[in-house]
Design a protein around this ligand. Structure first.
Ligand code: NAD
Length: 374
């Protein structure tokens, strides 16, 4: 099977869908891998590195010519895949809801498109979960960006010239990104607290050495929530949460918000009035900026100052760590492909009834087949 690895063309995309390690592993499965010239340029991987790993390196038309499997990060347009084999597989982050026309175009072009961000949150799929691998890096980078925008130090320092007090960091939303944000802020020496609506996160917060800030006496979401995800909470809970957060926020220097509810706009966690109670010079990083933002006044992709507080509307933070983001993403892709690899046919075979396949497959045989897009 010929596998094509594209050089990404989406604005701001720095990642690549294969690294030399996964090229070798794919070759080990019997595939031949063709990498587009310059594909690894932002991730610090040269064309020679790919060649040394056993790939052929060429321009796009040669790479795509006859390819039966195309590996991408940001979903390419169907028109950009001309030359690939009929019924070629496309694996990438395809953004199906926002790129519905592109999904229809994949179907019309006979491409079988697999959206990696729709990987089910089940134990078997953990090693294939691109949202987790990228969120983990985003949680780390959010704290680094906050530290860099903050005009003070994070750790307590006792010096001959006096004491520097530690920064107080508050993490709102303790999923994959939030847990890494807690760990990173702790490593930098901040005093960390965190909150979530899912009661199961309380113990996780404590195990990382941070202080849980939870609404008591009003039910949030017991345990992990459906499929591990949060849902919307009651009006009563939201009011209690807002009151609790108001008192706490006024004492914080750094706030990282990561709260998301699948299929819904991000919940509003911080009002403009609450921002105004924070100390000037404080920094908020809103990782939910693209989903509408957890923070009032946040602008996706921009850094704004409100009441002396810097609000960073973070988007796609993993792209600012291209080498690690590409390495983790590529391994997610390889783990997915190898789990379905049929040695005799020398290609992955995706059974219709498999839970993972049902989750990620968007198009097949000229039609859109995803249940979520029905
Ligand atoms: P996410 O990105 O969907 O949301 C981030 C966090 O925001 C979640 O913890 C959520 O509970 C929280 N949140 C939502 N509304 C909130 C509100 N109003 N106030 C405060 N917090 C709010 O979450 P995620 O990072 O994708 O992780 C969700 C869960 O899925 C976690 O339990 C994680 O461990 C689990 N997970 C499982 C697998 C697997 O088994 N394969 C893989 C990844 C994640």
């Amino acid at each position: 099977m010929k596998v094509a690895v594209l050089a990404e063309t989406a604005p701001g995309e720095t990642r690549v869908a294969a690294i030399p390690e996964t090229v070798k592993k794919l070759t080990g499965l019997g595939a031949s891998v063709a990498v587009e010239t310059g594909a690894g340029r932002f991730a610090g991987i040269s064309d020679q590195d790919y060649a040394d790993a056993g790939a052929s390196v060429a321009g796009r038309s040669d790479v795509l010519s006859g390819a039966e499997l195309v590996l991408a990060v940001s979903g390419p347009e169907a028109g950009d895949l001309a030359g690939a084999a009929p019924n070629a597989l496309l694996v990438g982050i395809l953004d199906p809801f926002r790129r519905r026309d592109a999904v229809n175009a994949y179907a019309s072009a006979g491409i079988e498109a697999l959206a990696m961000e729709w990987m089910p949150r089940i134990t078997r799929a953990q090693s294939m979960d691109v949202l987790s691998s990228q969120s983990n890096l985003a949680g780390y980078k959010a704290v680094i960006d906050a530290a860099s925008a903050y005009g003070r130090a994070f750790p307590m320092m006792m010096t001959a010239a006096g004491t520097v007090s530690p920064a107080r960091a508050f993490i709102m939303g303790v999923g994959v990104a939030g847990l890494q944000a807690i760990a990173t802020a702790r490593r930098l020496g901040a005093q960390v607290s965190a909150t979530d609506v899912r009661s199961a996160t309380k113990e996780q917060i404590q195990s990382l050495g941070a202080k849980p800030i939870f609404v008591e006496g009003v039910a949030g979401i017991e345990g992990e929530g459906q499929g591990g995800y949060a849902g919307e909470t009651s009006e009563e809970y939201r009011k209690a949460q807002s009151e609790l957060v108001s008192t706490h926020l006024a004492k914080q220097d750094i706030v990282i918000t990561t709260a998301l509810i699948p299929g819904k706009p991000a919940p509003r966690l911080i009002s403009d009035e609450q921002v105004s109670t924070m100390r000037p010079g404080s920094v908020i990083v809103d990782l939910a900026a693209e989903a509408g933002g957890n923070v009032e006044g946040c602008v996706a992709g921009e850094q704004v100052v409100r009441h002396g507080v810097t609000i960073i509307g973070a988007t796609n933070l993993s792209r600012s760590l291209p080498a690690d983001a590409s390495a983790l993403y590529s391994r997610n892709l390889f783990n997915f492909l190898s789990a379905f690899w049929d040695k005799e046919q020398g290609r992955p075979v995706f059974p219709d009834e498999d839970e993972i396949v049902r989750g990620v497959r968007l198009t097949r045989g000229g039609s859109v087949v995803s249940e979520r897009l029905a």
